[in-house]
Ligand binder design. Structure first.
Ligand code: PMP
Length: 408
C-alpha cells in the first residue's frame, strides 16, 4: 500500500536539501511597543527583540485609531461576518471600506478580498475567463500570487525581463494587434526596493492597446500626497486600469482589494470564485482598515518620517561598509551573497543582539544574491539604529563577508 508518511517526509527532506526549509520566529507583538516584540525560544524562555523586517511599515497595526475602531466594531457587531458576501456577509464596514478605497485611488469602485494574495490570484484568473484569448505580459519578478493567477487562467502569457520596457515592447509588438492584452506589474518590488517606470509602461499599453494591472502592495499608504501609492505619486492614477493592494502591510490589518472602473469591478465581483465562495472579512478587520485608510490619507508626516528612517539606515550602513543594494524605496536590502552566511548572520543577530531580520534566500531571490531585507519604520529610533549598525559591523567582520569600500 502507498506509504503516505514517507511521501510527506520526502517533501520535507527535499525542501531541507535545497536549503529552503523555513523556521519561524515565535513572536508576540506587544501593544503600543512596535517595533519591539517578545520572542519565545523553543525551550519556552523569552527574549526581547527589535523587529527589523516587519511589513507593518508605518506601525499602523498598533495605532490607537485602528485598535479603537476594531474594538468598537467587536462591541457593536461581534466577531465574524457570518457568511459570504452574497449570503449575509456584506457588512456595513465592508461597504464603507470599498467606497473609501475607491476614493483613495480615484476609481469608481473597489472590491475586497481575503488577502492581497487572493485578490491577485482571483482577479488575474478571472480576467482571462472574462476575456478569452487575453494575452498576459508579466514582469519576471512579479509576486507568486500574480504568477498563480496568470497561470491558472490558462491564457497565453509572456514574461518580460524585470522592468525592461524594450523587452516588453518587443513582446507587445509580436502579438496580434487586435488581441486583448494585459500588462501585469508591480510598483515597488519588495526584494530589491526598485520601482517600475509607470509612465513608460502606460505609454506602451496605450500604443499597443493593452490594459494595465498594477500591484501596489508595497507602496500603498507610503507614496503619493494622500498615500494612494506610486500611481498617485507619479500622477497616473487615472491611467492604470486595475490597481491591486493589500490591507496587511502599511494599512496594518489584513485583507486585499482591487480598485478600477465600476464595470470592471462588477464583472470581477460576478465571476471571481475567490471572491464569491468564501466568508467575507470580519467587521473588526474592515473597521480597523477603514480607520487606518482614513488616517493614512492625511498622514504625509508619517510618510516623510518613514522615508527619512529608510534613507538614514541606508546611509548608516554605507558608512560602515555594509553593502546595501541600490534601492530607491523604503526597502533596505543588504547583500550577503550566500545562503549559509545569510542564515548565520540572521541567527546571530537574533540570539546575540536581539535583532530580528529574516534571511532571504533562494528561491525568493536568485542564488548568489542572498540578502537581509530591512524595513525601518518611523518607530525605529536612533538608539535602535546605532545598536543594529554596531551589531552588523561586528558580524560582518566575524563572518568575513565582503564589504563595500567605506565612505570617505
Ligand atoms: N503582492 C506582493 C507584491 C506581495 O509581496 C504580497 C505579500 N507579501 C502580496 C501581493 C500578497 O499580499 P497579502 O500579504 O495581503 O496576501
Amino acid at each position: 500500500m502507498f506509504d503516505y508518511k514517507a511521501a510527506f517526509q520526502n517533501a520535507v527532506d527535499q525542501v531541507q536539501k535545497e536549503g529552503r526549509y523555513r523556521v519561524f520566529a515565535d513572536l508576540k507583538r506587544v501593544r503600543g511597543q512596535f517595533p519591539k516584540a517578545v520572542r519565545r525560544r523553543e525551550d519556552g524562555s523569552e527574549q526581547d527583540v527589535v523587529v527589523w523586517c516587519s511589513n507593518d511599515y508605518l506601525g499602523m497595526g498598533q495605532h490607537p485609531v485602528v485598535l479603537e475602531a476594531m474594538q468598537a466594531a467587536i462591541d457593536e457587531a461581534g466577531a465574524g461576518a457570518g457568511g459570504t458576501r452574497n449570503i449575509s456577509g456584506t457588512t456595513r464596514w465592508a461597504v464603507d471600506l470599498e467606497a473609501e478605497l475607491a476614493d483613495w485611488h480615484h476609481k469608481e469602485a473597489a472590491l475586497l478580498f481575503t488577502s492581497g494574495y487572493v485578490a491577485n490570484e482571483a482577479t488575474l484568473t478571472t480576467l482571462q475567463r472574462i476575456m478569452p484569448g487575453l494575452i498576459v505580459f508579466s514582469d519576471s519578478l512579479n509576486h507568486a500570487s500574480m504568477i498563480a493567477g496568470i497561470r491558472n487562467g490558462g491564457c497565453e502569457r509572456h514574461i518580460f525581463a524585470h522592468n525592461d520596457l524594450e523587452h516588453l515592447e518587443a513582446l507587445l509588438q509580436a502579438a496580434p494587434a487586435d488581441a486583448p492584452k494585459l500588462i501585469a506589474f508591480e510598483s515597488v518590488y519588495s526584494m530589491d526596493g526598485d520601482i517600475a517606470d509607470l509612465h513608460g509602461t502606460i505609454a506602451l499599453a496605450q500604443k499597443y492597446g493593452a490594459m494595465t494591472y498594477l500591484d501596489e502592495v508595497h507602496a500603498v499608504g507610503l507614496y503619493g500626497e494622500r498615500g494612494a501609492g506610486v500611481a498617485e505619486r507619479d500622477g497616473v492614477l487615472d491611467q492604470i486600469d486595475i490597481i491591486e493592494c493589500t490591507l496587511g502591510k502599511a494599512v496594518g490589518v489584513m485583507g486585499g482589494y482591487i480598485a478600477a472602473d465600476a464595470v470592471i469591478i462588477d464583472a470581477v465581483r460576478s465571476w471571481a470564485a475567490g471572491f464569491i465562495f468564501t466568508t467575507s472579512l470580519p467587521p473588526a478587520l474592515t473597521a480597523g482598515a477603514l480607520a487606518s485608510v482614513r488616517h493614512l490619507k492625511g498622514a504625509a508626516d508619517l510618510r516623510a518620517a518613514h522615508q527619512e528612517r529608510a534613507e538614514t539606515l541606508k546611509a548608516r550602513f554605507a558608512e560602515a561598509g555594509i553593502p546595501v543594494l541600490p534601492s530607491v524605496s523604503h526597502i533596505v536590502p543588504v547583500h550577503v551573497g550566500d545562503p549559509v552566511h545569510c542564515k548565520m548572520i540572521s541567527d546571530m543577530l537574533l540570539e546575540d543582539f536581539g535583532v530580528y531580520v529574516q534571511p532571504i534566500n533562494y528561491p525568493t531571490v536568485p542564488k548568489g544574491t542572498e540578502r537581509l531585507r530591512f524595513t525601518p519604520s518611523p518607530n525605529h529610533d536612533d538608539g535602535m539604529m546605532d545598536a543594529l549598525v554596531a551589531a552588523m559591523d561586528k558580524l560582518w567582520t566575524h563572518c568575513n563577508v565582503a564589504r563595500m569600500p567605506k565612505a570617505a
